[in-house]
Design a binder for this molecule. Structure first.
Ligand SMILES: Cc1cc2nc3c(=O)[nH]c(=O)nc-3n(C[C@H](O)[C@H](O)[C@H](O)COP(=O)(O)OP(=O)(O)OC[C@H]3O[C@@H](n4cnc5c(N)ncnc54)[C@H](O)[C@@H]3O)c2cc1C
Length: 499
């Protein structure tokens, strides 16, 4: 497309996390002639939220995460959000299957493993909720194969650690889906970036922090950066810019000055895990077991006890304990929150601060919790856990979106992700971090729709896109045959379970 030159690109991807790596993969598959630069401030890809230990590695399919299925006032369960997340993960599975069948990814077990997804609750009220949720979900083809039990012996069979030492009279319930997955998004990002790096027209620039985004006077952007080591500055031109900078995306969106970004702000939430690498313990648990968040706590604090498979080693992870830090990135600066405040977003930020006093109190309370209190939460889940088997680890930063309310100039806190595209489609920023990495393919498709609609035709990218995503254009929540075929094909290619 653009004339070859040292600093003219069709596309600049800011950040080398799973989102940029996935979008770059789609773009290069759709048009191998595109000149793409990926610019990353750190010395390697996937060092922030996409790094394996910085997230929980759940292939989020809403099988077990109770926050996607709220209970209505009449007691019924709303599964619409769960269906959306569930089928977004199908798109990621299809992309990975395409790359495996093409030979671009040689061994899917380098990043994905079958891992049953369970929900586990105790107490009469929670048991009734889980039963109502199961009744609603298991009849839908998307959640085919979901099992339910209130029998302690059965749960013990599924996940012995959560039952040993538990009061035999405690009302408990669990659901299980054996088609769930554990995904090492760090490893996957490395695989994607490695295959991109072998392609002509793809330049990877590590240790470059993007500092400015200015219009280049030619419908594109001049992307300025400084060398993270010697502070030397430089710039490149791009026809299209993807701000895939994770928590820092909000600051770069502000720097771009696009009117569509006005009023957005970010609210950082940090997290701590407990990690267990003791083989004798880790080998006795094979599931991702999600519980119910404590009353009044935010969705990102749902406790879960997870099997992780990282670098061929099985271990356990529990948490996260949410907390408050003013950094937007794990390797960021404590002034990030302050630096992000502008005259455009100060009102929405203050409004959110006023309306979310409960959340702030909760987060501060979590920060003040002692190690003893944190361990107590693990004991509620895993009664025989031994303190000495667990170490504390800092998780990635999540920056929740503060979205301007156009009507009253106020703002609200959002838990999902959002794309903010420029009106002329030359730039788009990805804000937020939930459901996250699992939906990377769906996010990339949304970018294509928002910014490259004229390419999505039979004469351009569409035939190839349908090869990569065979169910493109089909609503998998409605077409059970297409869903079954997609699951069977992807499970075979990725070596995961199918029912
Ligand atoms: C505690 C926790 C648990 C999670 N659990 C899950 C889960 O179980 N399943 C799931 O699917 N998702 C999960 N997520 C979400 C998931 O990790 C993120 O959605 C995903 O990793 C985001 O990818 P990204 O590429 O947008 O951002 P990142 O991986 O954060 O990458 C952004 C990159 O941009 C770089 N960057 C930033 N600023 C600049 C700049 N100015 N110039 C150049 N480079 C820059 C950063 O260094 C970084 O490498 C979790 C997240 C957290 C924090």
């Amino acid at each position: 497309m653009s004339a070859p030159g040292t600093d003219n690109y069709d596309v600049v991807l800011i950040g080398a996390g799973i989102m940029s790596a996935t979008l770059g993969t789609f773009l290069k598959e759709l048009d191998p002639s595109l000149r793409i630069a990926m610019i990353e401030r750190l010395e390697d890809c996937a060092q922030e939220s996409s790094q394996a230990w910085n997230n929980a590695g759940t292939g989020h399919a809403a099988n077990c995460e109770l926050n996607y299925t709220p209970q209505r006032d009449d007691g019924s369960i709303d599964i619409s959000a769960a269906l959306k997340v569930n089928t977004q993960f199908d798109l990621s599975r299809q992309l990975w299957t395409y790359l495996v069948s093409k030979g671009t990814i040689k061994d899917p077990q380098a990043f994905i493993h079958a891992c049953p997804h369970m929900s586990f609750v105790w107490g009469g009220k929670n048991v009734s909720f889980l039963k109502a949720r199961f009744d609603e979900m298991h009849v839908h083809p998307c959640f085919h194969g979901m099992e339910y039990t209130e029998d302690q012996a059965q749960i013990s069979h599924w996940a012995p650690l959560i039952m040993e030492g538990r009061d035999p009279h405690q009302p408990v319930a669990a659901t299980r889906i054996i088609t769930g997955t554990d995904v090492d998004y760090g490893s996957l990002t490395h695989l994607l970036v490695a295959q991109l790096s072998t392609q002509p027209g793809f330049d990877l620039r590590y240790n470059r922090e993007v500092t400015t985004l200015e219009r280049d006077g030619n419908n594109g952007w001049r992307v300025g950066f400084k060398d993270s080591k010697d502070q030397a500055t430089g710039s490149v031109n791009a026809k299209f810019v993807f701000i895939g900078a994770g928590g820092a995306a909000i600051e770069l969106l502000e720097k771009s000055g696009i009117p569509e970004g006005r009023g957005y702000g970010g609210f950082p939430v940090s997290g701590i895990w407990l990690r267990c690498e003791v083989d004798a313990v880790a080998q006795r648990h094979h599931a991702k077991v999600y519980g119910k968040a404590a009353e009044g706590s935010p969705p990102m604090s749902v406790p879960h006890l997870d099997t992780r498979m990282i670098d061929g080693k099985r271990s356990l992870l529990f948490g996260p304990y949410a907390g408050f830090s003013t950094k937007f990135l794990k390797h960021g600066s404590v002034t990030d929150l302050l630096d992000s405040i502008t005259h455009d977003n100060i009102v929405p930020l203050l409004e959110v601060a006023k309306d979310n006093a409960g959340l702030e109190e909760y987060l501060i309370g979590q920060v003040l919790q002692s190690g003893h209190h944190q361990f107590k939460a693990l004991l509620d889940f895993f009664p025989h856990a031994r303190r000495g088997d667990w170490i504390e680890a800092v998780a990635g930063q999540r920056v929740q979106i503060i979205k301007p309310d156009t009507g009253d100039m106020g703002g609200r806190l959002e838990v999902g992700t959002e794309l903010v595209p420029a009106e002329d489609k030359s730039l788009v920023a990805l804000l937020g971090a939930s459901p996250g990495a699992s939906t990377a393919a769906a996010v990339a498709l949304q970018v294509l729709h928002a910014c490259f609609p004229d390419k999505l035709t039979d004469g351009a990218w569409l035939p190839k896109l349908k090869q990569i995503i065979p169910t493109y254009g089909i609503d998998l929540t409605k077409d059970a045959d297409a869903l079954r075929t997609s699951r069977a094909v992807t499970a075979k290619a990725l070596n995961t379970e199918n029912v």
